[in-house]
Design a protein around this ligand. Sequence first.
Ligand SMILES: [Zn+2]
Ligand SMILES: [Zn+2]
Ligand SMILES: [Zn+2]
Ligand SMILES: [Zn+2]
Length: 321
Amino acid sequence: MPKGASKTRPEKVRCGLCGKTGRLIKTDCCGNWICDDEHKYVLFSFARNSCHRNHSRYTLCAFHHNEGHEGDWKNCERCRTSCETEMYVWYGTNEYNFEKLPNPPPFEPTKCSKCGVVIKLGTEGFTRSGDESWCEDCGAKEMDKTLRRTKGRTVPVPRAVRGTVRLASRSSERNMRSNPTDRMKDPFYAGLLFQIENIICQADDEAKTKGLQLTDSQVKSALIKTQKKLQGGEPDIPETNERERILAELVNCLIHAPDALMEQTTTGDGRAEEKPLNISDWVKALETVEDSVKTRKSHIPGSRDYLDFVHEFIGQAKGMK
Ligand SMILES: [Zn+2]
Ligand SMILES: [Zn+2]
Ligand SMILES: [Zn+2]
Ligand SMILES: [Zn+2]
């Protein structure tokens, strides 16, 4: 506190990040006062408006604590090796820290494998494809190419995603945790999963209005076919009866849904931007939902355990919005 400041205003506890004096709470990781504002974060939104959420999701301090490491995060070897250097430095020095990492190690900036532009991993959107990293522009171009290859016929934009849907910006934690189960914790992927499951629910509702019942296995097969098509394959999608027509429409909706999805990102100078969704992210999300169907469905033929779960989940998520 600057000299004399305590004379001019009464000693009041403030959020160590933004300085506000409203509702405050102490962080679990470092015991600092912080805005008790997680409730301000809207599910599936892209906001980084919650001090508490920002500190607990985007800092080494919280990561170190949550992972149960020993000692001080600032000289923790396990933290140092759990993500690439650029992210380690970002987690340790971004504005969501009370105390910054002293002497952050140097790192080679990540460059787009296609156009060479420097990608700031902590704050910018990008796509990983094998060993390559693509900037958002190049990722979007790749998506266009893939879509042009895979789009046979034109269909109306699926009802579920009519209009533009803004997705949560991707979490940089994605780099730290990239297996399918952990993807679900990423707000960006959570937004994608929500879109996919919403479309599945609509297909199921559609079937119900025609007196039919879809099964978990049929949904799983539709998800697999969608991924194949998006990756340039030509899976067999019969349409000889009403059930098959509904499933074919489900595949179709899932293929075209990314047209209406926009990703929120922040440019280097902090401006908000919207970019078309990278198709590879959509495919990863489809894979995650497929995993979730596999986990939930029982072995009894005709199982609807996943479908019943997803109706409940989508209903709740909509209620929370
Ligand atoms: Zn605050
Ligand atoms: Zn902390
Ligand atoms: Zn640690
Ligand atoms: Zn590029």
